[in-house]
Design a protein around this ligand. Structure first.
Ligand SMILES: Cc1cc2nc3c(=O)[nH]c(=O)nc-3n(C[C@H](O)[C@H](O)[C@H](O)COP(=O)(O)OP(=O)(O)OC[C@H]3O[C@@H](n4cnc5c(N)ncnc54)[C@H](O)[C@@H]3O)c2cc1C
Length: 312
């Protein structure tokens, strides 16, 4: 079984979700080739993880990357094209599938190979059910961040440079400028620690406790939709079905009930701590540690204790 991995970078380093694709290929016991565009150092990083790399330097945006990836898919003829489930890849994947008449499965959380066939598992209806999908022929698949582990260093493989001619007619949009909101420099998807606050935090003043714990832990602040709608924090921090899909090592949920629209975005976290005053709150069903209590009493204690640990 042959796979082609589209590896994305943030301009400097390889995104964690793209690195996980390498582990996905190993779990499937498949052959893999990676395509890296625009960042030669990232190509070397991936090759050092035991995957041969095709490197091209002339593609940077949706249009040009779609062109280059289609060309490489034609040449390599893989059984599966794997992309991380990022905004960029969610745009490119259906374009490739559409123009080449391939199957497309998005937001995949698991893959199982039986009798040479791969079954893809993905959430549906906001994460209330999981569906299992089989694709006839080549599948273009976006994989949810946190579904596979990061790969270990392996034998160093080669990087092949490739030039793909991109016809001028293929470029429909031209990026003239990129403006980054300060709040968007918060990278929830790549965070190792996230402290999230929900409606149970009560007001903007109390919500600062969530921010303080995140700061003491060197983490990032997340939020539920009601906390954002109340104006306690900007939308860039929303976790869930209509927000960001996250998979940190530690997720602390404060005053969060555990609605599926929220948990579908954070259930891939390695370790979940929940603070809720209602012992029957659904968040406790997925928490590794549940603290039944008033978040406004519990958080100051956690903050003080963590400060003491850090001072040692
Ligand atoms: C199409 C759609 C998309 C959506 N997308 C998202 C999404 O992306 N992300 C998202 O988060 N939501 C999303 N929602 C909203 C979602 O359905 C829930 O309404 C929301 O997640 C609930 O947020 P919450 O847990 O903060 O609030 P609530 O459900 O109101 O829960 C508050 C919790 O705080 C607890 N609490 C209250 N006071 C305290 C206290 N003093 N100390 C400790 N605990 C306390 C309560 O017991 C309760 O469990 C979406 C909804 C729809 C319909």
């Amino acid at each position: 079984m042959k796979t082609l991995l589209f590896i994305e970078t943030d301009g400097e380093k390889v995104l964690g979700g793209s690195l996980e694709l390498i582990s996905a290929v190993k779990a499937l016991d498949a052959e893999g080739t990676a395509l890296v565009a625009g960042n030669r150092a990232a190509a070397d990083t991936v090759a050092a993880l035991g995957i041969p790399v095709i490197f091209t330097d002339n593609a940077t945006d949706y249009d040009t990357l779609t062109e280059v990836l289609s060309e490489v898919v034609k040449e390599e003829n893989p059984d599966i094209v794997l992309l991380a489930n990022t905004a960029l890849s969610k745009d490119i994947a259906p374009r490739i599938a559409g123009r080449m008449s391939l199957g497309c499965v998005s937001d995949v959380m698991g893959m199982n190979k039986t009798d040479g066939k791969v079954i893809y598992t993905r959430p549906a209806y906001g994460g209330t059910v999981l569906e299992h999908i089989e694709v006839e022929g080549t599948a273009v698949v976006t994989v949810r961040n946190g579904s596979f582990s990061k790969p270990e260093a392996s034998s160093n493989l080669h990087v092949t440079e490739k030039k793909v001619e991109i016809p001028v007619s293929a470029i429909k949009a031209k990026i003239v400028d990129t403006v980054k909101e300060i709040s968007e420099s918060v990278n929830l998807e790549e965070a190792q620690v996230i402290v999230s606050g929900g409606r149970g935090m009560g007001n903007a003043e109390n919500f600062k406790l969530v921010e303080e714990l995140a700061s003491v832990l060197g983490g990032v602040v997340g939020a539920t939709r009601p906390a954002i709608e109340e104006g306690w924090i900007s939308r860039a921090h929303q976790v869930g079905q209509s927000g960001k899909i996250v998979a940190p090592k530690l997720y602390i949920a404060c005053g969060v009930s555990g609605a599926t629209q929220h948990t579908s975005g954070m259930s891939g976290s390695d370790y979940i701590v929940a603070i809720n005053k209602d012992e029957d709150a659904p968040i406790f069903e997925i928490a590794n540690v549940g603290i039944v209590g008033n978040a406004m009493d519990v958080l100051p204690v956690m903050i003080e204790e963590m400060k003491k640990v850090k001072e040692k």
